[in-house]
Design a protein around this ligand. Sequence first.
Ligand SMILES: Cc1cc2nc3c(=O)[nH]c(=O)nc-3n(C[C@H](O)[C@H](O)[C@H](O)COP(=O)(O)OP(=O)(O)OC[C@H]3O[C@@H](n4cnc5c(N)ncnc54)[C@H](O)[C@@H]3O)c2cc1C
Length: 597
Amino acid sequence: MQTYKAPLRDMRFVLHEMLEADQLSKLPGYEDATADTIDAIMEEGAKFCEDKLLPLNRIGDEEGCTYENGVVRTPSGFKQAYDDFVGAGWQSISSDPKYGGQGLPALLNFVIEEMVCSTNLAFGVYPLLSRGAAALIETHASDTLKDTYLPHLTDGSWSGTMCLTESHCGTDLGLIRKKAVPGDNGAYRISGSKMFITGGEHDLADNIIHLVLAKLPDAPDGVRGISLFLVPKVNVKADGELGPRNGVSCGSIEKKMGIHGSATCVLNFDDAEGYLIGEAHKGLRCMFTMMNGARLGVGMQGLALGETAYQSATAYAKERRSGKSLARGADSGEKADPIIVHPDVRNMLLTARAYNEGTRALAYWTALKLDISTKHPDAEVRRDADELVQLMTPIIKAFLTDRGFEAANLAVQVHGGHGYIAEHGMEQLVRDARIAQLYEGTNGIQALDLVGRKLGMKTGRLLRHFFHPATAFVEAHQEDEALKDLVLPLAKALGKLQQATLVIAQKGLGDPEEAAAVATDYLKMFGLVAIGYMWLLMAEKAAKKANGNADGDARYYANKMKTARFYMYKLLPESASLFLRIMTGKTAMAQFDEDDF
Ligand SMILES: Cc1cc2nc3c(=O)[nH]c(=O)nc-3n(C[C@H](O)[C@H](O)[C@H](O)COP(=O)(O)OP(=O)(O)OC[C@H]3O[C@@H](n4cnc5c(N)ncnc54)[C@H](O)[C@@H]3O)c2cc1C
């Protein structure tokens, strides 16, 4: 089984010391979000995840979901865990109190989500989608739909899905064929199939609320002709009680590489009753509310699995003995030392750790901005925070999931052959982590979103929300003795990132393929620099408390400084090679004709 204890010390450091998150309690609506409340909720969340979700992770993987005559059953224990999860209120932490939610900051939800996915990713995707569906309905649906569906999505008695993908299209939604025609009483009739629908059918909740993209008869071609419909699995009567089944059924579930406890369904809609959300033909815009939230959530999945991978690999590396320490020489008195003494093993562990702690800081920093973007009284502050979240969303989605997969692979490597067999759960981590790079828009598509949309938006204003504070921090700390050796590498990498940004923007104007050809490299370079900035923000706080006697809490701060140094010396330099790749543009790729492949 995997090893996992919620990294509460590190979470508290990021929340309270780096971000001073109790600033949120000064925002209207978040008065209850004091440091004490946040800590108490985190501790309870950790217990729930460690005690109830982690033991089900292996069972979920081995049993998977089963399908029989349209009925889908989740693995043993999932239903009880789901009831306990929603019963304890974990589903509704940041939901609107008007519909029964607890109204706490989204940031806290990110923290809990990390723990949930670290312990059981397959379980975690069900609540993630329900929350996304609720956010979409709250933002775009009519009051009647809100009053009917939101209380149930909030208390978890009903769950939600997002139905975009069809067999012939996932990325290119302009190609969807699913049909909707106007029906009686302002409702619509929906027909056609969707595939790969997470949680499309299961036994966890009494009803499933599908948010479905479809085309009306008069729809224009392409993405401008897509409408959005709410289609319940079970119709809801006027008095709010459940009525007869709607025309939605599950045709099959997929056999897949990982997250076996998550049901991935083919859904058939046969003249199903649905309700329009937002304006006709403008549904994709509404769906982006759900997709953007889900992209941040999927990014957290990458971090979550990276953390479990690191903890499991570290525990193994302290136990497993092989070879002698080169540093201690032949006189250590042992036949063989634990493998953690070997530089190669340490490099693997520290790579995962430096990315985990850095990406946790980036994700929580972005979540704090998300809360500011909704609750701050000053409209300009809200707008600026929202723009930063928009910029960071593709980076969090892609960079964090790539790092999570990398950490899972490293954990296999640290375990040697024992990583490849099922016993220790490392191969499961690799299989589970892989999906996060694909769904919610592949990581390649995230990179295109970054260079194709976010770079140029508002004449570069989104970028300035990152570049300005990062540059100001670097300039202010260049002479800071405690930080000097960390600031210099970041100053160089930040300068190169700005240079690369200009080159891409200029070349991309004349030839969009130039920008597209280097988009993935650019996103990674941006991610490396953003994490570097996070490490500086953390080091600034830690340096003051990391004194010489490395005991107790001082040891935590000293280790923060050491990990910051590992990041700057060993991981950030990759940005220099990415810069060189970006400068070569599209030539090396574009010289091939299609027939050359
Ligand atoms: C387990 C699982 C769960 C899922 N859950 C859901 C769900 O709940 N709801 C839902 O609607 N969907 C879901 N999906 C679908 C998922 O979001 C899509 O598979 C994903 O978006 C990619 O679409 P595709 O598979 O059609 O690949 P394609 O779009 O065919 O892409 C194939 C490759 O081409 C690249 N590519 C495609 N277009 C472009 C382009 N314009 N420029 C550059 N590169 C391009 C892609 O990056 C990718 O590498 C799920 C999938 C899986 C496997």
